[in-house]
Design a protein around this ligand. Structure first.
Ligand code: OSB
Ligand code: MG
Length: 369
C-alpha cells in the first residue's frame, strides 16, 4: 500500500466528569488523531499521550514532534506490505511508544478496510462482545465516591476499579467492599507508593480484590517482585510495561501475575498482540487498559480485547462515560451483561464526524508525499 498523505489533528474534549488519579485531576482530555491516506482509503489512529508528562514522559507536544519529524517521513510515498513492515521502519526510534502506536493504528484501520474485514477479525479476535468495567477516579469525599460507584453500577457496570493514593486507600476500598460484598473490584495506584507502604497492601489482601495495579515506581520490577511475594492478591503492571521485552522481564522475575495491555503504552497493536501471546503461553491473564480515549481509540481497544487471553474485564467503558459529543461515531453502548459489542463493519468500525472534529481541533498539520 502506497502512503500518499498523513494529517495530524490535535483535539481536546471536555470530560463528562473530571477524572482524578494519584498524579492529578483532569477536566479536559487532549489527543492527536492521525489520518492516513493510502490508495483511496483513509485510516485513523489515536495518540493517547497526555497534556503533561504525568502518566508517561510522552505528551501531546513530544508526540506531535516525533510523529511529524521522525515517523511520517519514514512512510510518505513508501509502499508498505504489512504492519511488521511499518514497525521495522520505526525500529530506530527509542521510546515514544504512544507516538508510534498511533500511526500504526491508522495503518491497521486501512489494512482492515483494504481486506474487507473488521479490525477484530483481521487481528484474529474471536469474540462478539468484550467484558468491560469502569475506572473510578479519586473523589473529594467518601460519600461522593460511594454515590459515584452506585451510579456506575446502576448503569450496568459489573466491574469497578478504584484509583488510590496515600490517604485514599484501605479505608476507602474497605468501605466499597462492605457496601458491595460481591462486586468485581480492583485498585490502581499509578505508582504512588514505595515498598515501605507494604503494610497498606497487606491490609487490602483480605478485601477480595481482582488485582492491585501498579502500586510502585513506574519503571520498577524489583520492588514489585518483593511486594508480590508478600501478597495473595495479584499485582498487575501498567506503567512498567513498555514492550514485549518488558513483559518477559517482568514475568521472569515474578514482578506481577497479571498485565494491563494498552496499545499506546506498548508501542502499537503488533506489540500488544505479542504481549498477549507471551502471557497466554505463560498462563498470565491480561486485560485491556484505557486512556480516556475517543471512539477512535476505543474501537481499537475493543478489537484488541477480542483476543482469547483477554480474560479480565477491560477499562473500556461506554462512550457516554467519557464525552458528551465524541469526534467519531457510532458511540459504544453498554450491554446488560457489562459488555460492549464488537463492531462488525469493515475497518475499525467508527467514522469521523467532521464537524465535531473541526469544533474540537486546536491544531492541524497535513504532510504529503
Ligand atoms: O492508569 O489506567 C490508568 C486514564 C489515564 C491515564 C492512566 C490510566 C487511566 C485510567 C482510565 O484508569 C481508564 C479508562 O480509559 O476508562
Ligand atoms: Mg493504570
Amino acid at each position: 500500500m502506497k502512503i500518499d498523505a498523513i494529517a495530524l489533528h490535535h483535539v481536546e474534549l471536555p470530560l463528562v466528569t473530571p477524572f482524578e488519579t494519584s498524579f492529578g485531576r483532569e477536566y479536559n482530555r487532549p489527543c492527536i488523531l492521525v489520518e492516513l491516506h493510502a490508495e483511496g482509503l483513509v485510516g485513523w489512529g489515536e495518540c493517547v499521550a497526555g497534556s503533561g508528562p504525568w502518566y508517561s514522559y510522552e505528551t501531546i507536544g513530544t508526540a506531535w514532534h516525533v510523529i511529524s519529524e521522525f515517523l511520517v517521513p519514514q512512510l510518505l510515498g513508501q509502499n508498505l506490505d504489512s504492519p511488521a513492515d511499518l514497525v521495522a521502519r520505526f525500529g530506530r526510534v527509542r521510546g515514544h511508544a504512544m507516538a508510534r502506536a498511533s500511526v500504526e493504528a491508522a495503518f491497521w484501520d486501512i489494512l482492515a478496510q483494504a481486506q474487507g474485514l473488521s479490525l477484530a477479525t483481521l487481528i484474529g479476535g474471536e469474540k462478539q462482545r468484550v467484558a468491560v468495567g469502569v475506572s473510578v477516579g479519586i473523589e473529594p469525599t467518601l460519600p461522593e465516591l460511594l454515590s459515584r460507584v452506585e451510579s456506575y453500577l446502576s448503569d450496568g457496570y459489573g466491574r469497578v476499579k478504584l484509583k488510590i493514593k496515600p490517604g485514599w486507600d484501605v479505608q476507602v476500598v474497605r468501605a466499597v467492599r462492605e457496601r458491595w460484598p460481591d462486586l468485581l473490584l480492583q485498585v490502581d495506584a499509578n505508582s504512588a507508593y514505595t515498598l515501605e507502604h507494604a503494610p497498606i497492601f497487606k491490609a487490602m489482601d483480605d478485601l477480595n480484590l481482582l488485582l492491585i495495579e501498579q502500586p510502585l515506581h513506574h519503571e520498577d520490577f524489583v520492588d514489585h517482585a518483593k511486594l508480590q511475594a508478600q501478597l495473595q492478591t495479584p499485582i498487575c503492571l501498567d506503567e512498567s510495561i513498555h514492550s514485549p521485552e518488558h513483559a518477559r522481564w517482568a514475568l521472569d522475575v515474578h514482578a506481577c501475575k497479571v498485565i494491563n495491555i494498552k496499545v499506546g503504552r506498548v508501542g502499537g497493536l503488533t506489540a500488544a498482540k505479542q504481549i498477549h501471546d507471551l502471557c497466554a503461553e505463560r498462563g498470565i491473564p491480561v486485560w485491556c487498559g484505557g486512556m480516556l480515549e475517543t471512539n477512535v481509540g476505543r474501537a481499537a481497544n475493543v478489537a484488541l480485547a477480542t483476543l482469547p487471553n483477554f480474560t479480565l474485564p477491560g477499562d473500556i467503558s461506554a462512550s457516554d462515560r467519557y464525552y458528551r459529543e465524541d469526534v467519531a461515531a457510532p458511540d459504544f453502548v453498554l450491554n446488560d451483561d457489562s459488555t460492549l459489542s464488537v463492531p462488525s463493519a469493515v475497518g475499525s468500525g467508527v467514522s469521523i464526524n467532521q464537524s465535531r472534529l473541526q469544533a474540537a481541533r486546536l491544531r492541524h498539520l497535513e504532510l504529503r508525499a
